[in-house]
Structures are given as C-alpha cells and as structure tokens.
Ligand binder design. Structure first.
Ligand SMILES: *[C@@H]1O[C@H](CO)[C@@H](O)[C@H](O)[C@H]1NC(C)=O
Length: 364
C-alpha cells in the first residue's frame, strides 16, 4: 500500500533532514499497539479536545472567492485541480488541517481505529471523507471501505499520516510535470501546498506521489501498482527520443544523489561534493525538475560549513533560503534555518567538523 509521500529528503547523513520520507506501511500490529493508540488519541479526555480541534480545522474550499484553484472533471482522468487564475511561483495554493491523523505504524486490523476516528467527524467532514476515492479493495463496504479510503488518500504529516480532502484532489505528474509540493507544518499542524513553479490559468495543478527520478517504464510500473493508473503526464507522453533524454537525466540525477551521500562517510572531499551538487542542479535545470532545490542547496550548506568555508556557506544558504521559501513557504522551519545561516554561517551545527578545504559555490 502506498502513501503519498513527498520524496524530498536530504541525501546527506547529518542534520537536518528537511522533509522526512514516510513510507511505513500500515501493516500489522499487536493488539496492544492498537489499544495504546486508541488510548492516546481518544482516551484521557482526548475525545473532547480532538472534536474541538477538528471543528477548528479551517478547510479552504476551491469554491471560495479567494481560492486560486478549483476541482474539475478532466477527460479520462476523473477529478483534478486546476488553476483559477495565473499563479506565481511561491504562492501558497492552500493550507489544510487534517480530517484526522493516524500514526504511521499501526499494524494489525486498523479498521476499528479508522472507524472510530470517522465516527467523530462532523456531518460535513464525514461527507468529505466519504467522497474520497479508493482503488484498493474496490468492493469493500463499511469499516473495510473506510480503511481503503484512508490507504488511498493518506498523506504523511510528520510522524503521522493524515487525511486531507482538498490536497487529495491533486493528481500526479512526473519530473518536470508537477508544479506544487506539500509540506507538513508541524507548528501550525497543517499541510501547506506551495506552487514552486508558475502555473497558468486553466493548467492542472499537480504534485508527485513518488520519487520520479527514474526511467519512464519504472515510474509507470510503480504508479500502476501503487495507485492503479497509467501515467500519461507531459513527461511520460514525450516522444521516444525526448523521453530517452529525460530518462537519462533523471537516472543521472539519482545516481549523483546517492553518490553525494558518500560525503562524510567515505573519502569524498567537499570540493567533489559541491561539484556534484552543481551537476545535479544543472541536470534539474535542463530537465525542468525544480523540486527539492532547497534541500539540495541545504546539503551544500552543510558541506561548506563542515569544511569551514564561510563565504560558500553563506552563498549556498542564500540559495537554500530562496528555494525553501518557494517550495515549503517563507515561514517554514527550513527557510528560517537557512536565513539564520545567512546571518551567521559559523552557527551551523556542522561548522568546522572536517578539514578546511575550498568547496564550490553555486555555479548558477
Ligand atoms: C496569464 O499568463 C499568461 C502567460 O504568461 C499570459 O499570457 C496571460 O495574459 C495571463 N493572464 C492573466 C489573466 O493575467
């Protein structure tokens, strides 16, 4: 079973992982675990708190005057979200509180837990939950169907997974095709969806359900298995020659990313690591893959700081701050962390941890 998880984690071993990737399956758990979870969420007087918390949830609606998006039926695709007007880069598309949250690692028979959470929803929220689609276990009813809807639509939210009925309307695009990213804002306890590319009026707003830095056939096979659709996004629909070039770029980006993780643990210096980061950036530019730029630059910040390079640290932090603000929002912890490093490069937790050596600055 797959959950929609933004694959935007840092490749480097040490702090901080900007976006944790959660793909823990809702598999099987002991009776005790379920008992514990129910106790934590519902017990200890939590029911009343949880209900009022849910009532305060402020779902943005595509129907409101100020919304930049609307849900429409798209030919051959079911429903999807499109831009109601031109959306500029860095715009917050929506902020959304969950209908409910579930720990990511429940294991046995989570039907009861989900049913209990659903039963606490207001009629309007229950309607929103019931309107969600589910492709796993299509003929199920009752509690099994509630579980299937949760499995199909769950989005990672910190250490939990949540149900976000508006964000759940976002369809998937690969590589250069997706234009928004969502990120769990732990402070506000809400999901923030940001446009990291400009989006034209009428254009579909797309996120990504998986790491698409792999060849088209592999992507399609994965999406078919995990989400039950054959991807026909603008990248998957490229003519053969262009598709081949796109695949090569994506595979190379992925290879370089895993190579980058050798910095710190193996014998890779800061010069080579930052050179790799510049290469990934260049490939991303050619491919039109703009997502993850904040965390990529943040990796470079760590390398530059560890090797004691104040100027390079600040330059990379400027890039990280810009792209974290665009992709995760200017109020995201990541953007704030980067802003602090711009002011005081030596305050980075990795400052001077490795031998001093010159590293590359951003080559763009
Ligand atoms: C939206 O952007 C497109 C492309 O930049 C432009 O041609 C169009 O005039 C814009 N529409 C509005 C309503 O601003």
């Amino acid at each position: 079973m797959a959950k929609r998880t933004n694959k935007r984690q840092s490749t480097l071993p040490e702090p901080p992982k900007p976006v944790p990737a959660l793909e823990t399956p809702v598999a099987r758990a002991s009776f005790f675990t379920i008992y514990l979870i129910i106790t934590i969420i519902i017990g200890l007087g939590g029911a009343a708190w949880y209900r009022s918390y849910l009532e305060e949830s402020n779902l943005s609606s595509g129907e409101t005057e100020t919304a930049v998006w609307k849900v429409v039926e798209l030919p051959g695709k079911g429903f999807g979200m499109v831009a109601k007007r031109n959306i500029s880069q860095g715009t917050t598309i929506l902020r959304e509180k969950p209908l409910f949250l579930v720990p990511a690692s429940i294991r046995e028979s989570p039907e009861r837990l989900i049913a209990s959470l659903v039963s606490q929803l207001s009629p309007e929220k229950r309607r929103q939950f019931n309107a969600l689609s589910h492709h796993s276990n299509p003929d199920s009813t009752g509690e099994a169907q509630m579980l299937a809807k949760t499995q199909t639509n769950a989005i990672s939210a910190g250490d939990m997974i949540g149900i976000f009925p508006n964000t759940a309307r976002l369809n998937h695009g690969c590589s250069s095709a997706f234009n928004v990213a969502y990120n769990w804002a732990a402070g506000e306890q809400e999901l923030v969806v940001q446009a990291f590319k400009p989006i034209m009026e009428g254009e579909e707003i797309l996120t990504t359900y998986t790491d698409t830095k792999r060849p088209r056939d592999e992507r399609r096979q994965y999406l078919q298995g995990a989400y039950n659709f054959f991807c026909t996004c603008s990248v998957c629909s490229l003519p053969p020659e262009e598709s081949k070039r796109s695949d090569e770029r994506l595979v190379e980006m992925s290879r370089l990313k895993s190579k980058l993780s050798e910095w710190g643990s193996k014998d890779m210096g800061g010069g080579e690591a930052t050179n790799i980061i510049n290469k990934i950036w260049k490939l991303g530019e050619e491919e039109g893959y703009w997502s993850e730029r904040g965390s990529l630059a943040w990796d470079a910040v760590q390398v530059a700081a560890a090797h004691g390079q104040e100027d390079a640290t600040r330059r990379w932090a400027l890039v990280a701050e810009k792209w974290f603000s665009i992709e995760l929002g200017p109020n995201s912890l990541q953007a704030k962390d980067a802003a602090n490093i711009i002011r005081r490069p030596k305050s980075h937790p990795s400052w001077g941890a490795r031998y001093r050596v010159k590293v590359e600055s951003p080559a763009f």
